[in-house]
Design a binder for this molecule. Structure first.
Ligand code: SAM
Length: 241
């Protein structure tokens, strides 16, 4: 059944009027008609059945039926990623949604060679990926910030798995025995981290430097690998908690 993210509050009997793009998708592309059922979620109120009550290609209307599943949230994992070329950043965001990150924080580092991100487009990519994964909490895409500023205000209690291409203990060894709770993963830019950034990161108590193996990975491969290892070691792939 089609799953659609909507921003509206969801409760039995609530009327929902998807925007023009979603209406076109439901009625013109997926050929839904009056009486068709879909699933709705909004990241807050759980997952609900809804029925098409007006099949207009530009502005269809739905009525919310019964609750399918109450709201669930995944692990408290932030993917902190240096801005990289648009296509790679979009892949990283899509995979972060599939791999269960709660938010993606783009950062500007000393060697970052891109200076902006289309956050609205990245958010739309994250929502679309969440729709197909079955998750109820699409990751939030945050506005880019400077890495130095982010580290200045680093949240107490949040651990940071720093993927350091210059070396470190293998990620799975470093994560062994570590618990869940708030975590972040840091992936650098195409030019890697500058030595001062590495020194600063390695000096922080919250930081766990890790290696992702003997080969230098592109940022998108590194992000996917790091999230996979983290999920398998301390995240919701462990079957614990
Ligand atoms: N400094 C590298 C260079 O230009 O040769 C490239 C950096 S790599 C493309 C981008 C980021 O992916 C790195 O900053 C790091 O966070 C992560 N990364 C790539 N390979 C890694 C590895 N083997 N171990 C840990 N992190 C890695």
């Amino acid at each position: 059944m089609i799953r659609l993210f909507v921003p509206d509050p969801l409760a039995a009997g609530a009327p929902i009027a998807p925007g023009p793009e979603a209406s076109r998708y439901l009625i013109a592309v997926m050929r839904l008609a009056i009486g068709s059922e879909i699933q709705l979620f909004n990241g807050r109120d759980g997952e609900w059945r809804a029925t098409v009550v007006e099949a207009d290609k530009r502005r269809c209307r739905l009525t919310v039926g019964s609750l399918i599943r109450p709201q669930e949230t995944g692990p408290d994992l932030t993917l902190v990623v240096a801005l990289v070329k648009r296509g790679r950043l979009e892949t990283i965001v899509e995979k972060a949604a599939e791999l269960g990150a709660a938010r993606v924080q783009p950062v500007l580092t000393r060697r970052t060679n891109a200076d902006r991100a289309n956050v609205d487009r990245l958010q739309a990519i994250a929502i679309e990926a969440a729709e197909q994964t079955g998750r109820m909490d699409p990751p939030r895409i945050l506005e880019p910030v400077k890495l130095a500023k982010l580290l200045d205000g680093w949240e107490a209690g949040r651990r940071l798995m720093f993927c350091d291409e210059t070396g470190g203990p293998p990620a799975l060894d470093a994560l062994a025995g570590k618990g869940g709770g708030p975590w972040a993963i840091l992936i650098g830019p195409e030019g890697g981290f500058d030595p001062e950034e590495i020194a600063r990161l390695r000096g922080m108590e919250a930081v766990l430097p890790v290696s992702l193996g003997p080969r230098i990975l592109r940022a998108d491969t590194a992000a996917i690998s790091a999230m996979t290892l983290w999920q398998a070691a301390v995240g919701d792939w462990t079957g614990r908690g």
